[in-house]
Design a protein around this ligand. Structure first.
Ligand SMILES: Nc1ncnc2c1ncn2[C@@H]1O[C@H](COP(=O)(O)OP(=O)(O)OP(=O)(O)O)[C@@H](O)[C@H]1O
Length: 572
């Protein structure tokens, strides 16, 4: 049977469970605030109506104190409620973000970018769900029950009319508003996306558009999307205005109906006034439910996306996972990778053996599957067929049962994801430089490294002269924007060299360098790695005579493989 935890809301709200008493407290405070407002209206009306009969002041004193207490109390309650609800929801959202972050770390890099934006913007929906949807609904529900209960004391028929009015304004109309908002979001989302794409193209591509004279056409397209967006937004705004107006009118109608019923039941005049005003106030409260219902509908998409990420099982505890030991032996057997079911596999039936100390160069045209092969070795992806394993392994006492039969090796993706990169890492295709100093960018790879270590790594990567001239404290800009393409690449390479893993993976490490520089840098890096494993991905066949094996990939398949002799025979 499906429990509440299986729904989208449930999958998000399980994070509220440990904080349930805080949320209950915040809900009661919110209900108290609304009840104080309603009580204030009722008490003030009673006071005015009673005072009109000029009774002795003593008869009014309780009501006077009550009005003052409710007026002050409402403000205080609202303040405390905001503190309590935001405190609870921020604690909850912190948990959600931590879980999403963990899920992102475990994702293949290619799927992270979209997921990262989810973490930033969609998680706000979790906050809105609690603060702007559930709490106002809970508060309005509690107050409505209290109002109908109080009216029941005065007269059951009056309570019945009030209940009917509140059900229409507080339940039926919000359901209608939510439906309209859902429909509106479905129409607006693609228009907003198109408009955002136009804007990004216009800003980032400004120079190219100007160069090719395409700016007017792009601007016209952006304007057309903006006009269409405005037109749809206006139409939707008109509809939601109609719902708001209907709710306000129904609030008035309910008040009149309550009044008429109270009159026909012969209730005293003061009570007539109190009931009429309190009903109008309760109707206004129901209006807040319209906003909550709309918000609830708007954030459905975000909640779905958050829930999808939360479905990724929590990373198993580190001490239960195998950790790479001092002699990693990587092996691919019949490994295949398929990114999309409707496309050819990116890798097909690939064998690779990388015992400690071996150097393999992977060459092939663009799109041959070279980076995909490296992604298998880093454990960023697992093969869809065949295996990607490590032999032999030092297996820490395992609680998760991932150890393979003897001889078959342990799947690379089964290793402790925190510790695998210490053994197998390098300069990968998506290497990122942080908006920090050269030193900070390098220290990521080895936090305890001395300046001498950093300078040595820079020299190995061919960045020695530049660092001697600029120092380690110079900042590199966002993703290395303040460096040239070649400097950027060499800094990323220096970081990989500094990490000094057992198996160094290099994806086009000398891209952006001229051929002579590229050969010199590669030779230095290989000299530095003497006796240790390297997997180099490259387009160029030169400088490969230092490799034990060259694997030629084409269309995801191993087309040829050979040893140093092969390279010489092919003009390397
Ligand atoms: N994240 C992804 N999603 C879908 N398809 C992908 C993804 N990454 C790669 N591909 C596809 O898989 C194939 C192999 O890509 P891969 O990046 O491994 O090639 P490559 O040999 O490294 O190319 P290049 O030399 O241009 O970097 C290509 O057809 C590519 O379009």
């Amino acid at each position: 049977m499906k429990g509440w935890r299986d729904g989208v809301m449930g999958r998000v709200l399980v994070f509220a469970y440990p904080l349930r008493w805080r949320f209950v407290g915040a809900g009661l405070l919110a209900a108290g605030t609304e009840a104080a407002g309603l009580g204030l209206m009722a008490a003030a009306t009673w006071l005015l109506a009673t005072a009109a009969g000029q009774p002795p002041l003593i008869a009014l004193s309780v009501a006077i104190v009550l009005v003052r207490a409710l007026a002050i109390g409402r403000g205080v309650l609202r303040y405390v409620e905001r503190l309590a609800s935001h405190d609870a929801v921020l604690r909850m959202v912190t948990e959600v973000r931590a879980r999403i972050f963990a899920a992102l770390v475990d994702r293949p890099p290619a799927r992270r970018a979209d997921a990262l934006s989810r973490m930033v913007s969609d998680v706000d929906a979790v906050q809105d769900l609690v603060i702007r949807v559930l709490l106002p609904m809970a508060a309005a529900g509690l107050v409505a029950v209290a109002a109908v209960g109080t009216a029941l004391f005065a007269d059951p028929a009056v309570a019945g009319v009030l209940l009917a009015g509140l059900l229409i304004t507080g339940v039926a109309l919000p359901l209608l508003a939510a439906r309209l908002a859902r429909h509106g979001s479905a129409r607006l989302a693609p228009l907003r996306a198109a408009y955002a794409v136009d804007t990004v193209d216009l800003v980032h591509g400004a120079a190219d558009l100007a160069a090719f004279g395409a700016r007017p056409a792009y601007e016209a397209r952006g304007r057309a999307h903006a006009d269409e967006l405005a037109r749809v937004e206006r139409a939707l705004a008109r509809r939601s205005f109609a719902v708001d107006a209907a709710a306000t009118a129904l609030g008035g109608v309910t008040a009149m109906a309550v009044l008429a019923t109270a009159l026909s039941r012969g209730l005293p005049g003061v009570w007539l006034a109190v009931l009429a005003v309190a009903t109008i106030a309760a109707g206004e409260l129901a209006l807040s439910l319209l906003a909550a219902a709309r918000k609830g509908a708007e954030i459905q998409g975000s909640l779905h996306r958050v829930a999808e990420l939360l479905d990724v099982p929590e990373t198993a505890v580190a001490d239960g996972l195998p950790v790479p030991d001092g002699s990693v032996h990587l092996r691919l057997r019949g490994a295949g990778v398929r990114y999309r079911t409707d496309a050819a596999p990116a890798l097909h039936d690939v064998d690779l053996d990388l015992p400690p100390g071996r150097r393999i160069a992977v060459v092939g045209p663009s799109g041959a599957g070279k980076s995909t092969l490296l992604a298998l070795l880093t454990g960023a992806i697992s093969p869809d067929s065949g295996s990607a394993t490590s032999l032999p392994v030092a297996t820490a006492p395992s609680r998760v049962g991932v150890t393979a039969p003897p001889g078959a090796g342990t799947p690379i993706t089964a290793f402790d994801r925190e510790r695998w990169p210490a053994a197998v890492t390098g300069l990968l295709a998506d290497a990122h430089l942080f908006h920090a100093s050269v030193r900070d960018n390098l220290l990521l790879a080895r936090p305890g490294a001395t300046d001498e270590d950093l300078l040595a790594a820079c020299r190995t990567a061919g960045l020695g002269d530049w660092v001697d001239a600029h120092g380690l404290d110079v900042r590199v800009g966002e993703d290395g924007a303040e460096l040239s393409g070649g400097q950027r690449q060499r800094l990323a390479l220096a970081r990989a060299v500094l990490a000094d893993p057992q198996v160094l993976l290099l994806d086009e490490p000398t891209e952006g360098l001229d051929p002579a520089q590229a050969d010199a840098v590669l030779a230095d890096v290989l000299a530095h790695r003497a006796g240790r494993s390297v997997v180099l991905v490259t387009h160029r066949l030169t400088g490969l005579d230092a490799f034990d094996e060259v694997v030629v990939l084409d269309g995801g398949r191993v087309k040829e493989r050979g040893t140093q002799g092969w390279v010489r025979a092919h003009g390397g």
